[in-house]
Design a protein around this ligand. Structure first.
Ligand SMILES: [Zn+2]
Length: 267
């Protein structure tokens, strides 16, 4: 029977932990007993009260999350603590749910966040050119006729977010190439400028950051951090398609309770 340790090994074969793109990125097993048996694994973007409850509902003994649960050292592990992580760790241990994360190594994977977003708009992340030292930020040749507005519209239509924002001085500007980094990748702006890309797609962009992109002559599309959740559509079927022997008969389930923290209000 599969164990937390054997599932961890299986995941590490597919999403190598050596591919992390951020120093001290806290990936790997955060909570659990490597000897404990596993039959089902819930895959989600974040571990929160909803996804942990969902794992328990489905009888999942393990969660594979993209965002690290324990990002900073915890001061305590106490139920009902105002600091959410502390309570979540307590609940996971008490409920026997192991928690593993694949973060920037998943961002870079051919089955990860960037690959899923690129695929949703008809591009192939695995063949796009890496343009920064980590290899995470990649440049794509845009299909003929692409403009800033047409690309923003396509993203708005195909991604799992209710709204995308763009900043440009000319929405009909032709886009020959664009750079992309899922999540919060704005710190890569100087690499984007150096690469000569016309446009940068990322998430979590602040007002003054958008101003900086305009000043640098780079159009910007903010696809919200939550768009990363699309990786589940690529990764989960791929994991389940592996031989039953290879995955120890474990079933991987994409979270349906994962929710965006932002809700748009329109008038
Ligand atoms: Zn992220």
């Amino acid at each position: 029977m599969a164990t937390v340790g054997s599932v961890e090994h299986f995941i590490n074969e597919i999403i190598p932990p050596t591919d992390i793109c951020m120093e001290n990125d806290p990936i790997g097993l955060h909570v659990g007993d490597r000897a404990a048996p596993v039959t089902k694994v819930l895959v989600c973007l974040d571990v929160d009260a909803d996804t942990l409850a969902e794992a328990k509902e489905h009888g999942c003994e393990m969660i594979l999350a993209h965002h690290p649960l324990i990002f900073r050292p915890l001061k305590d592990v106490v139920a009902g603590n105002a600091f959410d992580t502390s309570s979540l760790v307590f609940d996971a241990v008490r409920s026997g749910v192991a928690i593993m994360t694949a973060h920037t190594n998943l961002d870079k994977s051919d089955y990860g966040t960037n690959a899923a977003i690129a695929s949703a708009i008809g591009y192939d992340y695995s063949t796009a050119m890496p343009i920064d030292a980590t290899g995470l930020l990649r440049k794509f040749d845009a299909v003929d006729g692409t403009t800033t507005k047409s690309l923003a519209q396509k993203l708005a239509c195909k991604l799992n977010v209710p709204v995308v924002n763009m900043t440009t001085t000319n929405a009909n500007r032709p886009v020959a190439s664009f750079a992309m980094c899922s999540g919060a990748g704005f710190s890569f702006l100087s690499d984007v400028v150096k690469s000569g890309a016309d446009l940068f797609i990322t998430g979590d962009v602040g007002y003054h950051e958008a101003q900086a992109a305009r000043a640098a002559g780079v159009d910007l599309i903010d696809i919200q951090h939550y768009s990363e959740g699309m990786f589940m559509e690529v990764l989960v079927p791929m994991l389940n398609a592996r031989g039953a022997d290879e995955r120890g008969g474990v079933e991987f389930i994409a979270s349906k309770k994962q929710h965006n923290v932002w809700t748009p209000i329109t008038v």
